[in-house]
Design a protein. Sequence first.
Length: 227
Amino acid sequence: MTLIAPSILSADFGHLALDVQAVEAAGADWIHVDVMDGHFVPNLTMGPLVTVAVRRATRLPVDVHLMTEAPERYLADFVKAGADRITVHQETCPHLHRTLEQIRELGALPGVALNPATPVESLREVLPCLDLVLIMTVNPGFGGQAYIPGSTGKIRRTRDLLEAQGRGEVPVQVDGGVDPVTAPELVRAGATVLVAGSAVFGHPDGPGEGVRSLRSSLSVAPTKEAG
Ligand code: DX5
Ligand code: ZN
């Protein structure tokens, strides 16, 4: 089953706990926490304190996406704050293998995110030590951007590389411009976790309806395209 991970970047921070509980009640699977430092990406968002608030508000897995330089500086703080998964960017980790091992030693599941310009092949040497691949389908920094069409082929190549290396069980997460229009194509290409911010928390009928409409867009989608 395809998992839905609403990104709180687009939530209403005036009542964050209520928004998180609304998506949980509507059947969301994970809560995606977009951490940005204003250096690696142009936006500055949230840190461990917000992660603590999310942890208190839900029983769902807390999925932290670190869009920061030197993410290794923050790993222990986010695990202490309640992160179940921590995803770091390949582009910010000169010692990526060690960073992934550090995440796992701290008790969280490690993931690697790739920006649109970063080849899937750059993951080859760390495939044995990751538990998620995040394919950015926008240039990271802001919600509400348009999906980059060429990303679909990259999702398929990621799925194929994982399966070729015996890691077919690793989730392929997609992040950026995911909505009921793009979602079926992404799942057909091999995506198994969909991050959605504006499509969920910006839905005119509320975040719960945002989750339900994303889920129903998948109910008619065939599974991954063969080949
Ligand atoms: C973008 C973030 C995404 C973003 C998705 O840098 O990493 O998680 O919140 O937002 P939407 O779904 O609105 O494109
Ligand atoms: Zn994200």
